[in-house]
Design a protein around this ligand. Structure first.
Ligand code: MRU
Length: 345
């Protein structure tokens, strides 16, 4: 069975043209299809329309967008233009801005003749570092999830709930919130995942698609069913990803995350957030300072006859007080100890 990568560099063509291919996530789960991107504008379009999505993958793709822009023109003006265009694609996931800042820093030091090559090298490093960080998150998070089991020694699998897609499709590989689940599965620990649909864009379908690919038992639920399952004691732990983590440990993630955190706290179920350090925004003091993306009303698919105003915020803020632990590639920490616990990346 083909394991579709989220982003690959294509071989350089005979006349020297370069491109990348991304898995077009707007077509999943019905069709798996790679889409070739060879210009800055194609990369920006892919991020805006969520052909590529998920905070870490947005950052990686944007880095390659800079490299593609410099292929056409390696000047300072072209670099500045690429950084500006890409920074405007999506506002909440800080990994985008982190990756662009890193590209800008490296390329500013690079002589003009070397700049094109340096951009590809740095984009590749960002991609590889994301893979490595996510594998480490898996190793740190797996024992935490296992310890949450209320069914010690029983035949019933560990019951984990997640929201949105924070799996391999949202990253260069391995995922963030799903990385510990994949690690447990690889260790032979029976695990079952409750996957919430994640209206309106249904990223839960992406989670179901990749869990099926990996052979991990899972069940899709409507978003509004999560509270009931938590209340019924059918969930051992909730784990989600993040789009931006403020300095005080507040977390921005897909809209609906906050409600799950509230329901988990009410039910006494641990709530974990897994993210690489590139998701931490030390310059953002608290969650209220995180910009929340508001997307098109068309995403709600309200019947045409319904002339009703629509508000479609794509993310929400879960306060640090509702989060039992943050898992990064550095290990596990309390949200309140974030600043002392991890070195900035
Ligand atoms: O709008 P999306 O699909 O890009 O939102 C994705 C999420 O909210 C994920 O949970 C988050 O980016 C973490 S991905 C490892």
């Amino acid at each position: 069975m083909t394991r579709w990568p989220t982003l690959i560099e294509n071989p350089v063509e005979a006349h020297g043209a370069r491109s990348i291919s991304v898995l077009d996530q707007t077509l999943l789960p019905a069709h798996a299809q790679m889409r070739v991107l060879s210009t800055l504008d194609e990369v920006a379009e892919a991020i805006c329309t969520m052909r590529v999505r998920g905070a870490p993958l947005i950052g990686v793709t944007a880095a390659y967008g800079v490299a593609l822009a410099l292929e056409a023109d390696a000047s300072d003006a072209s670099l500045h233009h690429a950084l500006t265009v890409l920074a405007a694609t999506r506002p909440t996931a800080v990994n985008l801005h982190w990756a662009l800042a890193r590209m800008a820093r490296v390329l500013a030091k690079s002589a003009l003749v070397r700049r094109r090559l340096a951009a590809w090298e740095e984009a590749r490093l960002i991609k590889d570092a994301d893979c490595a960080a996510n594998l480490a998150i898996g190793q740190h998070g797996a024992p935490l999830l296992r310890a949450a089991s209320r069914r010690h020694g029983g035949p019933i699998p560990l019951q984990i709930m997640t929201h949105c897609n924070a799996g391999r499709l949202a990253t260069a590989d391995h995922g963030t919130a799903l990385a510990p689940i994949y690690a447990l599965h690889a260790q032979g620990v029976p695990v079952h995942v409750w996957v919430s649909e994640t209206r309106p864009r249904n990223q839960g379908w992406l989670t179901a698609w990749e869990l099926a690919e990996a052979g991990v038992a899972h069940t899709l639920i409507a978003d509004n069913a999560a509270g009931l399952l938590l209340q019924q004691g059918r969930v051992d732990a909730v784990i989600v990803g993040a789009d931006r983590i403020a300095a005080n440990g507040d977390v921005a993630n897909k809209v609906g995350t906050y409600l799950k955190a509230l329901a988990a706290r009410a039910a006494g179920v641990p709530f974990y957030v897994a993210a690489p350090r590139s998701t931490v925004d030390a310059a953002c003091a608290h969650g209220a300072a995180i910009p929340i993306e508001v997307r098109s009303s068309a995403e709600l698919g309200a019947p045409g006859a319904l002339m009703t105003p629509v508000h479609n915020p794509a993310f929400d803020i879960t306060p640090a007080s509702l989060i039992d632990a943050l898992i990064t590639e550095c290990g596990v920490c309390q949200p309140g100890d974030l600043a002392q616990s991890i070195e900035p990346v």
